[in-house]
Design a protein around this ligand. Sequence first.
Ligand code: ATP
Length: 354
Amino acid sequence: MAEILIKNLRKEFGSFTAVESSSFRIQDGEFFMLLGPSGCGKTTTLRMIAGLELPTSGSIYIDGEEVSQKRASQRDIAFVFQMFALYPHMNVRKNISYPLISQSVPRSEANEKVEEVARILGITELLDKRVGGLSGGDRQRVALGRAIVRDPKCFLMDEPLGALDAEFREYMAEELRALHNRMGATTVYVTHDQLEAMQMGDKIVVMNHGVIEQFGRPQDIYDKPATLFVAEFIGSPPMNFLRFEGALEAGAETVRMHHESLPVPVQREAFEGQMVYGVRPEHVRFSDTSRYRGEVLAVEYLGTTQIVTLHTPDGELKARVPSTQRVQPGEPVGLDFNGATVSLFDEQSGRALR
Ligand code: ATP
């Protein structure tokens, strides 16, 4: 197991900065997600941790030892790309033992290790079968077996499930997480899929244009997004944004929108200017007594819940409400918000106001 400390890590390719000065700590045994859209610098960050790319500046420590300038082979790390690269003509045993044999581990020791890994993954009965004839799921397990057989201090995974279809992807995500719970090795995992990050991660770093937007537990990032980017990137359907200009005093618990006042998290500091009121669809409540009114534009039935699109005096918003609450397009409804579950942002800086 390993603790990884990233300090002011930066990477430039010529005049382009792929990763701005970044700092975070990955604790021993954590399943840690690097999340962000394509091109945000997550792969470059992972490759620097692996030693496949050298930082322009900053440092990487693994278990307190600085490894920033060390080669990949000196870091005791296993790098897992998309889990496909198996040898179809070889049997499962040979595929899994390959990394050990190529490192000249004695055959008997390698065999023991393979048996142990097969037990963990539940594929003992497949050991002498040819990989070419296995189902997709079993093949993924073999690939995973080959990654974990070396027993490294830490796993680095770059979109390992990226090429799988949605259903199988979800299944393998659960397998990976279960495997992690059994083995407890520190894992750093790159994904652009916010759902995958939320489901699997103990902690998430959200990156955008080479900059860390937020770092924290999935619940904290979902409930208290630090920036407009994070609020929009995480959650489906995304958080509603109502834009307005106004002023807030320190200690305020409501903010005056275009016509009405709506509740906000208790504000530490005064603010004046363009703001964005952010509310997740599941936090919009219908209320007969509320003075804040909207008009139903569309209803999308999803089974137990429905997504209702509404026109309000401050813009359009979506509510996720129980399907038992019957509403029709054209119908007026009262809307209720809770200051503890909404977010308020300074539109110019994109930062949350708290
Ligand atoms: P993706 O999911 O598309 O791989 P990413 O978030 O992992 O995206 P990176 O691969 O880290 O992004 O790339 C970040 C930026 O750095 C991109 O704009 C990319 O084009 C650029 N980049 C990455 N590697 C190099 C390189 N060797 N030379 C020049 N530019 C690079």
